[in-house]
Design a protein. Structure first.
Lengths: 793, 240
């Protein structure tokens, strides 16, 4: 037997089914959005399984290709703290995918059956024998190569362009590092036996060593690195580590940082969605209670105490909360799992299982159940404290109409009467109108902020690429640096107008990953100084340790012009004086530009050139493509293993990639907008429901359907437009917040872009969406028969 | 849409021999949740033009239902409702709204004024809906009606600033806006003190004397006694 109070709560909900559905749906969306916080955990769980299955290396070092015997490898494995070692050879190759030449990286595995670190697992097909390869699962996922077991690949070897090898695809393989290379560099990654790689490269050499360590403390890792360096120094041909040793942080996996950054941005969006939903719920609960002022009066008149009345509405709110929480949880689990699965398959080709994060589950339940009663409390408090006579006479809608705001609205007399009624209705239900306008403002604000961000990201990418004056960049991937012969060949290649040598090195600056680019005094880079100057000819000549630092990293590590910075290079520490700050966004703004001569002296390689920046005789894309192919072929004929980038392709790809990220963010932003529109629909529906009698009266005195429509459309549009107006500053502030967050979290400087046409777009969007959400309640309003409307209670 | 809102007011002559209002075999069933409630069980009623008619009966007898049918607010479940030669039960909601705006003035027990509109704006509203006359003419007419009910000095007051009696006067002024032939009141004085109620009734009598057909529902037998004719409804049928 349920109590009369509980029965009233239940009947309050069933009596107004549409409103209850709205309230539950809004809450469910809010609760579901909390589940987004579980996405990184779900992905991380799966990736940790991958890390274990992959036996991901704790330490890996890149070296100039070096032949290592089984004994030498056994010695490395015997170095204190080394638990296992896995050598990898590799060769950069060009592969014919149909008629198209594509860059591929063939990674050599010594023995597929006995891999101890960085395991390449056979996902489908069979272990490759000599002359066969496995295609990385990411090749098809990223779309660089979608061949499978039974296909044959034509590989154009680096040594001898005319020499074409045919490799049979034995199946698909999976390896975390390889997959990351496909993602980052859009290369086709293939796995083969070392003998196959040797066949292609002509050398039995390893270029990467992966280690599993016993003690993973930083000190132990550092001493192990030194021990390895000493051991390798004894091997003829070892020239040092190619880059800084790659040490994996505990629990880390390739792409985890980016996922974390994306998750942080996702969290902000989720928080905004939650905020919108909370305003919505508070609005709904306030309406629910305000509408029942009369009934509250009746209950008080027959002896109910305030606490008992409050209990009725808290129960109602709890029921809504429980329903919303359950629906939201289910929705959230499904949505977050689907999104996690999408991200998992999209970025790592892994199958993220259907999972639940217990913390998120508990938070969702608590928020879902408790928020509605808390949101309803102020309204309940007001209702039980209203004068009893007033409460008994209340019809569910405020009388209003007497203060200064209303007087202003009454002066607007030039509008048709129906529009005046609508306009004054906004003033009459001021609290709700303001709450609804705020919801719309949040929606518009979000939309403007995300649209601005999207435009800014594209602009920022364009800025980064616009400063490139070169059309092609070529670098060596093999043992050889470019020499004078290579320089002559490059400059003599038809289509080349100018070729500038450069040297690039990965470094660390105050613990941050950075790059140092050794460049000529007048580089093919349109450097944009924000402070200081570019290095001078005399500094270049004297090999002075000066450099121009990108603004992003300068800000992050707190360096100003005139100060000295110390870089950790593969060859030890080196100190530079910062003479200028540039804002070119190269390598996400982490580059130190130094004179080429200086970097050569720092690295003790007086003539080293590993990159050429090449300007072609015309920016015509066909000519650039032709020249790039010709350069690769000619350099390959000279015995160089090269990698290359064509600027226009890269710029286009990156803009497209950025667009896909910003589109994802924009879609989430639109979700918030949609939620806010549910709020507007809710408010308008409430307004129509509680004024059903008024609609009846209007019909009785001759109002036609279009008169009624005009009244409520005016009301809805006024609120929506007020929301739009308020949303402009909100959007600007949110945009700044997001830009700041991206800078703080992702270390990427995105400009604040707030184009006026976005404001107009938001206006059109707001009006159209408002009209759409008003449509259904309006249809209900005009379909009511006057008799039913007058009897409506 | 074949709506001619002004037809019956200025141009149409009285239909010789035909009553203004005629209900024939009218039944009305309301669906209350899962239960059907028979409010009227076969009502035949004729009211001539120029009559002053009171409809009386106990609570739930069906008085208000009759008023709602005569004004087209509700539709009969069975039977026909003819007012001024038009079959209301055959008209669409939109046609009825337009017809009401032009031909019937309704006065409700709880006044039912729009709270955000001033007395004058409330009184002009039916003319706005009917789009009759110029803006100035509409206001002029509404102002005259308010003066007629004795509220010429309170035209700019909001309903909340008026007493119950004053609000009911505004409601009457609103009912008179389109100069209807038929004025219908649902307990028009039910919410007023006896002095104000008396004043209101005098106003209705005056309108009747000027040629309007006045029909009102009341509980007040003394008020009912002042009508030319009293129709008593009991258990959904006309008892007398």
């Amino acid at each position: 037997m349920i109590s009369a109070q509980l029965r009233k709560s239940i009947s309050d909900l069933t009596r107004r089914r549409a409103r209850t559905t709205f309230a539950v749906a809004t809450l469910a969306l809010a609760v579901a959005s909390i589940a987004f916080f579980a996405i990184p955990t779900l992905i991380d769980d799966t990736m940790q399984q991958e890390v274990r299955a992959n036996r991901l290396a704790y330490l890996s070092v890149s070296i100039r290709p070096l032949p290592l015997t089984a004994d030498q490898l056994a010695e490395l494995a015997a170095v204190p703290n080394v638990a296992a070692v896995e050598p990898r050879s590799s060769v950069n190759a060009r592969v014919l995918v149909g008629e198209r030449r594509a860059q591929a990286l063939v990674i050599g595995v010594r023995d597929f059956a006995r891999q101890r670190v960085d395991v390449v697992r056979v996902e489908s097909g069979t272990t490759p024998r000599p002359g066969e390869v496995l295609a990385d699962v990411q090749d098809a996922n990223v779309g660089v190569y979608d061949g499978d077991t039974g296909d044959t690949l034509t590989v154009v070897g680096e040594r001898g362009a005319a020499e074409r090898a045919r490799l049979a695809v034995a199946g698909r393989g999976r390896n975390l590092d390889g997959g990351e290379i496909v993602q980052d560099e859009e290369l086709i990654v293939l796995y083969a036996t070392t003998s196959t790689v040797e066949e292609l490269s002509g050398e039995p050499e390893y270029s990467r060593l992966a280690f599993e360590l016993r003690d993973k403390s930083p000190a132990a890792v550092a001493s192990t690195v030194e021990a390895l360096r000493r051991h390798l120094a004894a091997v003829p041909g070892f020239t040092g580590f190619d880059d800084l040793p790659d040490v994996r942080a505990p629990g880390d996996w390739p792409g985890k940082t980016e996922t974390g950054q994306f998750a942080d941005i996702l969290s902000v969006i989720t928080a905004l969605a939650l905020l919108s939903a909370l305003v919505l719920i508070s609005n709904t609960m306030t309406t629910l209670v305000a509408e029942q002022t009369g009934e509250i009066g009746i209950m008080r008149a027959i002896g109910a105490r305030r606490r008992q009345i409050a209990a009725v509405y808290v129960t109602t709110a709890l029921l809504i909360g429980a329903l919303g929480a359950v629906v939201g949880l289910v929705l959230g689990i499904v949505m977050s799992s689907l999104l996690a699965q999408y991200f998992g398959s999209q970025f790592w080709a892994v199958d993220v299982g259907f999972g639940v994060d217990p913390t998120v589950l508990v938070v969702s339940l608590v928020v879902g159940v408790l928020v509605p009663p808390l949101a309803a409390l102020p309204a309940i408090r007001r209702a039980v404290r209203t004068d009893l006579r007033e409460a008994l006479e209340a019809t569910g809608s405020a009388v209003g109409g007497l203060d200064a705001g209303d007087r202003v609205l009454r002066r607007i007399a030039f509008l048709p009467r129906t529009m005046q009624i609508g306009l004054r209705g906004v003033g009459r239900r001021r609290r709700r109108s303001i709450a609804t306008a705020l919801i719309v403002a949040l929606a518009v604000g979000n939309l403007l902020a995300f649209l601005g961000l999207s435009a800014a990201a594209t602009q920022s990418t364009r800025t980064a690429w616009d400063s490139h004056l070169e059309d092609i960049r070529l670098w060596t991937t093999g043992r050889e640096r470019f020499d004078a012969g290579a320089a002559r060949t490059i400059r003599a290649t038809p289509g080349v107008a100018e070729a500038q040598p450069a040297l690039v090195n990965g470094v660390e600056l105050a613990g941050e990953e950075a790059f140092v680019w050794g460049m000529p005094r007048e580089p093919l880079l349109d450097y944009r100084l924000t402070e200081g100057r570019w290095f001078s000819a005399s500094e270049e000549q004297a090999r002075e340790r000066v450099g121009v630092l990108e603004r992003n990293i300068a800000d992050r590590v707190g360096v100003d012009v005139g100060e000295r910075i110390t870089l950790a290079t593969a060859d030890g520490r080196a100190s530079f004086r910062v003479v200028g700050i540039a804002d070119n966004q190269q390598e996400d703004g982490t580059v130190l530009y130094v004179p080429l001569t200086t970097l050569r002296s720092v690295l003790r390689e007086p003539a080293a050139v590993d990159t050429y920046w090449i300007r072609t005789t015309s920016p015509d894309e066909a000519l650039v493509d032709r020249t790039a192919t010709l350069l690769e072929d000619r350099l390959a004929a000279l015995g160089y293993e090269t990698g290359g980038e064509v600027t226009y392709v890269l710029a286009r790809d990156q803009i497209a990639e950025n667009r896909s990220i910003t589109t994802t963010i924009a879609i989430l932003g639109f979700l918030i907008v949609a939620m806010s529109m549910v709020g507007l629909a809710n408010a308008i529906t409430m307004s129509v429901i509680e004024r059903t009698r008024e609609v009846g009266i209007l019909r009785c005195i001759g109002a036609r359907a279009r008169d009624i429509r005009r009244i409520f459309t005016t009301e809805g549009l006024v609120v929506a437009l007020a929301g739009w107006l308020l949303g402009i500053p909100v959007g600007y502030a949110l945009n700044r917040l997001l830009v700041w967050m991206i800078w703080e979290v992702v270390d990427v400087r995105v400009p604040v872009v707030f184009p006026p046409w976005n404001i107009l777009l938001a206006l059109v969007g707001t009006v159209v969406l408002a009209l759409l959400v008003i449509f259904l309640p309006l249809r209900r309003a005009v379909r009511f028969r006057p008799g039913d409307a007058l009897r409506y209670a | 849409m074949a709506v001619t809102p002004t037809e019956s007011i200025a141009e149409q002559t009285e239909r010789a021999g035909e009553p203004l209002i005629e209900l024939a075999g009218v039944e009305k069933v309301y669906r209350m949740g899962k239960v059907d409630y028979r409010a009227l069980r076969g009502v035949d009623l004729s009211i001539e033009s120029g009559e002053l008619v009171a409809v009386v009966g106990p609570s739930g007898s069906g008085k208000t239902t009759i008023m709602n049918l005569i004004t087209g607010i509700d539709r009969p479940t069975k039977g026909s409702v003819t007012v001024d030669g038009r079959r209301l039960d055959e008209m669409s909601e939109e046609e009825l709204a337009v017809w009401r705006g032009a031909n019937v003035g309704i006065v409700f027990q709880f006044f039912q004024l729009l709270p955000t509109l001033s007395a004058l704006e409330n009184a002009v509203l039916p003319l706005d809906f009917a789009r009759r006359g110029s803006h100035r003419e509409r206001f002029e007419r509404a102002r005259q009606n308010l003066e007629l009910v004795g509220l010429g000095d309170k035209v700019d007051h909001l309903p909340a600033e008026l007493s119950g009696g004053e609000q009911q006067r505004v409601a009457i002024a609103r009912a008179l806006a389109a100069d209807p032939r038929l004025v219908v009141g649902d307990e028009p004085t039910g919410n007023l003190d006896s002095v104000t109620a008396d004043e209101m009734f005098e106003l209705l009598e005056r309108l009747n004397a000027e040629g309007k057909t006045v029909l009102y529902v009341t509980h007040d037998l003394e008020l009912a006694g002042r009508a030319h004719r009293v129709v008593t409804i009991r258990d959904g049928v006309v008892a007398a």
